[in-house]
Design a protein around this ligand. Sequence first.
Ligand SMILES: Cc1cc2nc3c(=O)[nH]c(=O)nc-3n(C[C@H](O)[C@H](O)[C@H](O)COP(=O)(O)OP(=O)(O)OC[C@H]3O[C@@H](n4cnc5c(N)ncnc54)[C@H](O)[C@@H]3O)c2cc1C
Length: 650
Amino acid sequence: MLKKTWSLDPRHDGRQTPEFGGPHAFNTLGSAGGQTVVGALNTVTHGGDFDRPPIADSVLAIHLVADGGKHYWIEPEMTPTLTDDSSLTQALSDLGVPMGAADFEIVRDSKLFNAVLVSAGRFGVIYSVILEARPQYQLYEQRRLFEWQDIKDQIKNHNSDLYDEPGPLLAVLSGLTGNNHFLQIVVCLTQHAFFSKNLAGVTKRWTFPISGPNPPGRWERVGRKLNFDPLIQADRFENAGNQHSYAGDPHPSLLDIACSHADFLGGVIQGVIHEIEEFVDSHGTLIGPALLTMVATGNAGLALLIPELLVILAILREIVNHLTPANRFAETMNAIKDQLLNPTPDPVTHGANRRAAGVFVWQLICYKAFASQQSDNTYEAISYAVMDQHDYKDITCNINVDSVEVFFDSVDDRLIAYIDSLINYEKQLEYGGRATVGYAAIRFTQPTRALLGMQKWPITAAVEVSCLKDVSGGENLVTYATTLALNPNFNGFLHWGQRNDYKVADVQRRYGDVLNGMPGDLGDWRAALSRITDNGLFDGFSSDFTRRTGLEVVQPKVNWVTVDLPEATLGQTVTINWEARSNPPGTRAALSVTAADGTELRLFDNLPLLGSQTYQIEQHGVHHFTIRTSYIFNGEKRVGSMTKDVNVVP
Ligand SMILES: Cc1cc2nc3c(=O)[nH]c(=O)nc-3n(C[C@H](O)[C@H](O)[C@H](O)COP(=O)(O)OP(=O)(O)OC[C@H]3O[C@@H](n4cnc5c(N)ncnc54)[C@H](O)[C@@H]3O)c2cc1C
């Protein structure tokens, strides 16, 4: 963040240019707040705007402080340049940045910029960034409930309604322009209709002109200005960072309610009890709407379960009667799951009907809860109120969530296969007495320029698999989702800012480095890191994570070698000097003396990285003096070398 506003280029002075006045907004955001600006963009955090790249691509310049204390001002190459050197150095010098050549450098290099942009903190501290903003705008959001099986084939077709729907007529008349530019598909992993269907909430957004000085959502998410807070170096606002998410009216959404107290769950279970009671009391003839969806093709099989359903009814009534506002959503769901899927005595010995009834009612509860959370909704609000769906009052859901996010090309069949595999795994969990309360949310973006970005394709699909940790089964599902993504057959790309189990080989396979026989972005990223860290010598920002994932300099080098005699005679002593300190700690050096035919005449091992060695000439012909540096990373040894020749004359 810029701590101070100043004009870097007198031609673009915001104070005199009317179009720069007024409130501004991010072009896109992730779906939830709670992160820092740099933490979010440094991991390519994204939303579902499939017509634009993620937030990282709005960065225009980076102020980096590297290990050793040197400041870098990094911009991509562009004409004209974003800043002019004299205004920039003046502005930074005013902020106290030292201006000596060893302390500060302006770099205009797109590859370096695209490397630092997403770097897991490995390059150093990003002190500030310049972010491209646009005049504030509103968004119009619409959510509709579908079945996954009915829409999944449309994902590959970028001309389908999913990506190309004009806004509703009334909204168009009020100023909405263009077709939807945002798409999110949230898939309920718990099945219904006898294991044949899954609910899917489809959310779309359109851009809407700002409606007057008090657009909806501004008050609810920002509110009155309070005092300046030195901790965040900014003003505090009454409703910023402490309210429920905004979904079109002052009341919190159902999910928000579920996450802040137990009424929501009580309501869902009451609804389930009511439908089962009706069904049981009518001896299987009266079937409510949710039950009907669950059985899909008829209720004959369900009627056989009436005795077991009676037992379950008693259990559910007991749970509802004891629900209090203090009950956490996830813990209650876990208790319900244990009673339904994992009853004592063991369902295997107790009868198949008890197990079938338990799975059936569990699925019914999940169906109702998901249908409520993803129910049809339409509203418009100021952009950040729509894009930041974080519920800052949530005391249960998001604080104990396990999640992984996996990226695929949106036209790749593996995307659908991946989601369907998760659904199948969930089915297995349910029969093993475990289950997930969670979802797979698919969102779409354009490619990023960040070298290590996960968004590599014209439209990338990001699958976030997110589960409540307190419901046993959730972590199993996230582990399964991660393992499947890492399987070379799926080869999904993992989010850098969520659960990330990459090892070096996974990153090399996905991003490529010519050193591993696969030229690619990782190689360019490592070259950029080499430049900033003196080829890995400055390793203050190396971490367990960057070492595990291979975000390191791996290729050693030799800076220079000299010999004092370009020509020598027999018996003369040659002095060889070298410098090879620009290398990761642990790099070793050796000097090898070879004859013209390649025969090694002498090897000096375990030498310092800056040193000197003498050698007495004993035979005629050209002598090659080679300094070799070697560095072992992740079990692979790589070697750098430099050679100087001495011609031995009679
Ligand atoms: C509530 C919540 C909602 C989320 N929603 C989304 C979403 O909708 N879409 C999505 O894509 N992701 C989402 N995520 C993932 C999230 O965006 C990333 O995990 C993000 O990196 C978290 O930001 P942070 O500020 O906590 O950064 P941290 O986790 O602290 O840092 C993330 C990385 O950035 C580096 N870093 C941070 N600050 C600096 C700095 N100043 N200089 C150099 N390096 C730095 C760190 O070294 C680290 O490698 C969400 C996460 C949460 C907690």
